[in-house]
Design a protein around this ligand. Structure first.
Ligand code: PLP
Length: 421
């Protein structure tokens, strides 16, 4: 039996309707932007394998660091013990973060990094003896699939079965120059109950690659900060260069108190989550009272292999060649967006933030359940490109190592598909 058939007997895939599921494509190798299927087909990974891959698949530098670390120390309990990769990563990361961050808390993925942030912010108020428990979040937000993360995410098809069990959240629209005053009004009504504001800065990823204005966001953040509300930037997707800056929060003067990182943290090689906080948050936990301890942790907290991979990824990110590649990708995406605009194609709302390009396909209903997505994916695969639209939202998020020729192939493929619709 071939691998796809064996898979279909025993595996349950994420975010995948099980009935009438197409056989999954066995992938045997990845290098740079390319993925090799078992049958010899080669695909350009134009979505960075669910937004994680930065420097390319099978990067020898990161692979070497993981291998060396595996021989040295592959895992150790992180309560009462520490190790070089965890400390080194924290030392390297803290000065790069957008704000006055002083502490790193490790977990395993993006969802846990936001769970940790929410718990950290809520217990911050509890430790201080203040009754603030409500969370402020954006419509269209996506912060992960665990219960806390689902609660602060938009109520959508992702969360439908669980609505009764999710905690109540105050949802607001992403800010623009018109709606800022009405948002401010809503916040003032609940001002002294709100513990924290969680947001994806500049781009809302899984909610449909929705992009919004940095200037209005800065004004909103100023207002929220004035009310003492803890600001949580979920940069799980936007972090590590995706929006052009190292972090999307760099585009705003008002910085977060807590930041969540994962996905590109290890260059997309291993599962790791980071929740960093400022001293304001941390000091609320430094107490003689044992009840004020942050009782949270995961078996694989600060896994040494993952931390080594993250340090290696930072080494690569800090190389001038990588910075150059990111700005090149930003300008290519901008130019392609302008080219798309000039053609008669069934798309609207063509938009770019840094290395991210997105548009809405004008066919069928807007939203995640539009099955134009499956059509685009299979057509793109036929043309040697991997695309995975969110419903009718078509987007490109290539790894930074993509070559000019590969990027050209992705653009041509996208135009071909749109023309044929
Ligand atoms: C992907 C994502 C998450 C969840 O991360 P996982 O590693 O998939 O759990 C959280 N927030 C944002 C903004 C994301 O894009």
């Amino acid at each position: 039996m071939n691998l796809a058939a064996r898979d279909q007997r025993v595996i349950w895939h994420p975010f995948t309707r099980q009935k009438d599921m197409l056989p999954p494509i066995p992938v045997v190798k990845g290098q740079g932007s390319l993925l090799w299927a078992e049958n010899g087909d080669v695909y350009i990974d134009a979505v960075s394998s669910w937004w994680v891959t930065l420097h390319g698949h099978g990067h020898p530098y990161i692979a070497e660091k993981i291998y060396r670390q595996a021989l040295q120390l592959e895992q150790v309990i992180f309560a009462g013990f520490t190790h070089e990769p965890a400390v080194q990563l924290a030392e390297r990361l803290l000065p790069l973060l957008p704000g006055n961050f002083t502490r790193i808390f490790y977990s395993d993925n993006g969802s846990t990094s936001t769970e940790v942030a929410l718990k950290m912010a809520i217990q911050y108020w509890w430790n201080k003896g203040e009754k603030r428990k409500k969370i402020l979040a954006f419509h269209n937000a996506y912060h992960g699939d665990t219960f806390g993360a689902m609660s602060v995410s938009d109520r959508s098809v992702f969360t439908l079965a669980f609505h009764d069990l999710l905690f109540e959240v105050i949802f607001i629209d992403t800010p623009d120059t018109v709606n800022l005053e009405s948002i401010a009004q809503k916040i003032r009504e609940h001002e002294n109950e709100i513990a924290a504001f969680i947001y994806e800065p500049l781009v809302q990823g899984a909610g449909g690659m929705k992009m919004y204005d940095a200037g209005s966001m800065d004004q909103l953040l100023a207002l929220v900060r004035q009310a003492g509300i803890v600001c949580i930037a979920d940069e799980v997707m936007t972090g590590f260069g995706r929006t052009g800056n190292l972090f999307a929060s760099a585009a705003m003067v008002n910085k977060p108190d807590i930041i969540c990182l994962s996905k590109g943290l290890t260059g997309g090689t291993m599962a790791l989550g980071v929740t960093a906080c400022t001293d304001r948050i941390y000091q609320a936990y430094v107490s003689d009272d044992a009840m004020k301890t942050f009782f949270h942790g995961h078996s694989f907290t600060a896994n040494p292999l993952a931390c080594s991979a993250a340090v290696a990824s930072l080494d690569l990110l800090e190389e001038p060649a990588c910075r150059k590649q990111i700005s090149w990708l930003c300008s290519m995406q901008q130019a392609f967006a302008e080219k798309l605009q000039q053609q008669q194609l069934p798309v609207k709302d063509i938009r770019v933030t840094g290395t991210l390009l997105a548009c809405e396909i004008e066919k069928g209903v807007d939203g995640y359940l539009n099955n134009i997505s499956a059509h685009v994916t299979s057509e793109a695969l036929r043309q040697g490109v991997y695309l995975r639209p969110l419903g009718n939202t078509l987007y490109l998020m290539p790894p930074y190592c993509i070559t000019a020729a590969e990027l050209e192939q992705v653009y041509t493929c996208m135009e071909n598909i749109l023309q044929a619709l």
